[in-house]
Design a protein around this ligand. Sequence first.
Ligand code: CMP
Length: 140
Amino acid sequence: MAVERTLSIIKPDATKRNLTGKINAKFEDAGLRIVAQKRIQLTPAQAGEFYAVHKERPFYGELCEFMASEPVVVQVLEGEGAIAKNREVMGATNPADAAPGTIRAEFAESVGENSVHGSDAPETAAVEIAYFFSGLELVG
Ligand code: CMP
């Protein structure tokens, strides 16, 4: 399997509850390497641009407001099959459907405040990584 990179975001509900370290331990225990990471405060407009694909969804406004409500930690995770592996470690979008032991099963508060985001495909991973990081910030 190819070594991939994926964009991960530790969301406001998790940074607020001091869960960054516990969530990072889940990634590292699964063999994902955190090759870039920074804590930033998004504006609603920046969150809106990142989630532009969801613009027509009824929850878009709420999502943008939530993502700008507290700092987030944006990161690049690297490893074999990192995109699928990260989605496995995160669990289903809705914590009610997330498998036991996954980040969302253990930490997420609701489908909206679900602790983490992860890219869903190689093409989106490339775009999402470039949204937050320059090539110089990626040290494998
Ligand atoms: P994420 O993986 O970051 O991608 C889009 C986000 O939209 C998703 O996680 C959820 O946080 C959010 N989302 C999806 N469905 C709903 C919903 N029904 N209500 C509120 N937020 C949602």
